[in-house]
Ligand binder design. Structure first.
Ligand SMILES: Cc1cc2nc3c(=O)[nH]c(=O)nc-3n(C[C@H](O)[C@H](O)[C@H](O)COP(=O)(O)OP(=O)(O)OC[C@H]3O[C@@H](n4cnc5c(N)ncnc54)[C@H](O)[C@@H]3O)c2cc1C
Length: 383
């Protein structure tokens, strides 16, 4: 059956998040962005709304929803602001999801209720200063010494890793060599504050300025052997699964940003006058906005379809890569056109489109660059 309508529950959630974003995030987030300040109160409210628990079962403090529900929430948040949206995306899809999918019962019981409530944030440490696209070429090591893992290495650009409520980071590390000599990669949970684990000050970033991104360093950092997440040596496969899902979420975030550009431009083009008429009466502007709307509509269909395959349990790697590629390029294109339509005001912090312009670029880079998405799509085609 082909049906792209949202059922009542999805629509109710979408509407609730839309109102929250418009009424509680939009009026204040510009200030947080300019001050490069993490918006703790907004995150706490999102926690009370259940957004961090959306795709998790109630027994772990979740809302019993699914991954598509998370995507809808991300889209509505990103329509107004991407820092808040990426904080939710990384908290759920990179922080909590690997524990839910691969963690032991004890790990789930210990960590998921706090993560689902938004009272604590989890981070996901895969990328290293020496490279992110080649995720198999990790240098960080975790050596088993008695009943403890000893971690050494550095991670770069890790979202949600240094806030006051960050509780843990799941670290990708080399835990040995396989029989064929290739590195054995595993995931190890490191709680915040563990001796030997230090977090740098926040990066100064081009965008996502109200979100938290830091470098992490591990120096003879010891955690119990029971902190292994999933099976030893299965870390690489686990990360690939985490990233496939994360790409659908990032696609939703990109669609939200691109839709936010359309929303702002329609309002502005009706009001702003030049040469005696609202600029929305000029074909050059109308066509730009029509193209923006056509792109965002197409990108939304791409992520809906990837999500529907994911929820049915079918392979969705190709669709996730396509959705992420199309959506992130749409976000960049729409943000560039939106800034153009706003003229000089497009370059001012007073209007959200300047923020959209700065926030869009990272979508073509994070959770797999556009080149990596094209490599995946070509590989899926048998090339
Ligand atoms: C704000 C922000 C937040 C992030 N959050 C996280 C996080 O929470 N956790 C985490 O683990 N990582 C995170 N990242 C890291 C992000 O996923 C990486 O930056 C990204 O995967 C690219 O890796 P890189 O920066 O090392 O670029 P590189 O891998 O060095 O790539 C550089 C360039 O070379 C291209 N390239 C590489 N290999 C090929 C190839 N074979 N063929 C063609 N082109 C190629 C790339 O596409 C890119 O254009 C974050 C990054 C940022 C900026």
């Amino acid at each position: 059956m082909l049906d792209f309508r949202l059922d009542e529950e999805y629509e109710a959630l979408r509407k609730t998040v839309e109102e929250f974003a418009r009424e509680e995030v939009a009026p204040v987030i510009g200030g947080f962005y300019e001050r490069e300040e993490f918006p703790y109160d907004i995150v706490a409210k999102m926690g009370r709304m259940g957004l961090f628990g959306l795709p998790f079962p109630e027994e772990f403090g979740g809302m019993g929803g699914d991954y598509f529900a998370l995507c809808l929430a991300l889209e509505e948040l990103a329509r107004v602001d991407s820092s808040v949206a990426i904080t939710l995306e990384a908290g759920v899809s990179l922080g909590a999801m690997p524990l839910f999918r691969f963690g032991s019962d004890e790990q789930k019981r210990q960590w998921l209720p706090k993560l689902c409530a938004g009272e604590a944030l989890g981070a996901f440490g895969l990328t290293e200063p020496g490279g992110g696209s080649d995720a198999g070429a990790l240098r960080t090591t975790a050596r088993l010494d008695g009943d403890e893992w000893v971690l050494n290495g550095t991670k770069a650009f890790i979202t949600n890793s240094g806030t006051d409520i960050t509780a843990l980071v799941t670290v990708a590390a080399v835990t040995g060599r396989k029989d064929d000599g290739r590195p054995e990669i595993s995931a190890v949970l490191v709680p915040s504050g563990t001796p030997g684990f230090s977090v740098s000050k926040k990066y100064s970033k081009v965008g996502w300025n109200a979100s938290d991104t830091r470098e992490l360093s591990f120096q003879d950092c010891r955690v119990p052997a029971a902190n292994l997440v999933g099976e030893r040596g299965r870390g690489y496969a686990q990360f690939l699964q985490t990233l496939d899902e994360g790409r659908v979420a990032i696609a939703a975030l990109g669609v939200g940003l691109a839709q936010g550009c359309v929303d702002e431009c329609v309002k502005y083009a009706r009001e702003r006058e030049a040469f005696g008429h609202p600029i929305g009466q000029y074909q050059a502007i109308r066509f730009k906005i029509a193209d923006m709307e056509a792109r965002v509509h197409t990108a939304r269909l791409a992520y809906y379809q990837a999500a529907s395959k994911m929820l049915r349990g079918e392979p969705f790697k190709r669709e996730a890569a396509i959705a992420k590629l199309v959506s992130s390029e749409t976000a960049v294109d729409n943000a560039r056109e939106a800034a153009q339509i706003f003229g000089g005001y497009g370059f001012m912090n007073e209007y959200p489109v300047g923020r959209f312009y700065r926030d869009a670029k990272i979508l073509e880079i994070g959770e797999g660059t556009s080149e990596v998405q094209r490599m995946l799509i070509a590989r899926e085609l048998g090339l």
